[in-house]
Design a protein around this ligand. Structure first.
Ligand code: ZN
Length: 219
């Protein structure tokens, strides 16, 4: 008897009761099938999408497609044009990889501008996700992507741009699934974003701010 393929496991899980339970029971009794079920579970956890078939179909190809997109396009405008042109990039999986990469690059000042672009790439791809994805889940993805852009901060001295991302994240969150894990992540990202927002920068040669004068007195 042959072992279950990843796609077959995904199909059984997507079917729900009693197929999903049968699949898990089988996997408990066969190490190879158990390992493959573990792979599907890991993909579902990583891509945070409820449908196993979508996750297996898109998740396995997502990293490769994302790398190809990044290599072929130059910056956000180029990537967006490619996404518009080729349906293969218009998947939950590719959007999710862009989001992951953006989030990984927020902390470092040197990569923050790139993180902003990648988060907006995820927003762009989410805009192309059609009827086969649940609208609430697409809204969750958009909320996370806008919040990630906000946390990265606009590279163009843009508190205004950052606040636009904050507003877009809140609007998308309102339309989303209500998943508390998504809400928690969005709120975390937005609080980081709001810590970074500053008023207009003082020009060189402008008088020092009150705080700086006070600091100078103390020193
Ligand atoms: Zn097996």
């Amino acid at each position: 008897m042959k072992h279950l393929e990843l796609a077959e496991i995904a199909k059984l899980l997507s079917e729900g009761t009693p197929f999903a339970e049968s699949c898990r029971h089988l996997a408990e009794n066969c190490p190879t099938c158990g390992e493959r079920l573990g792979q599907v579970d890991a993909l579902m956890k990583r891509f945070r999408h409820w449908d196993a078939e979508t996750v297996v179909r898109e998740g396995l190809a997502a990293d490769r497609l994302f790398e190809a997109l990044l290599k072929k396009g130059q910056g956000l405008a180029g990537w967006s044009a490619l996404v518009e042109e080729k349906a293969k990039y218009q998947t939950w999986g590719v959007a999710w990889v862009a989001l992951e990469r953006a989030q990984a690059q927020i902390a470092d000042v040197a990569t923050r501008a790139h993180a902003w672009e990648l988060a907006l790439l995820a927003v762009t791809i989410a805009g192309y996700l059609g009827a086969s994805y649940h609208p609430d889940s697409i809204a969750d993805l958009k909320a996370l992507a806008h919040a990630t852009a906000a946390a990265a901060g606009s590279p163009e001295d843009g508190s205004f741009d950052t606040l636009r991302q904050v507003a877009a994240a809140m609007a998308a969150l309102d339309q989303g699934s209500g998943d508390p894990a998504v809400a928690r992540d969005v709120v975390d990202l937005l609080s980081r974003a709001l810590c970074n927002v500053r008023g207009p920068r003082s020009r060189p040669g402008s008088p020092p701010t009150v705080r700086r004068r006070r600091a100078a007195r103390r020193g």
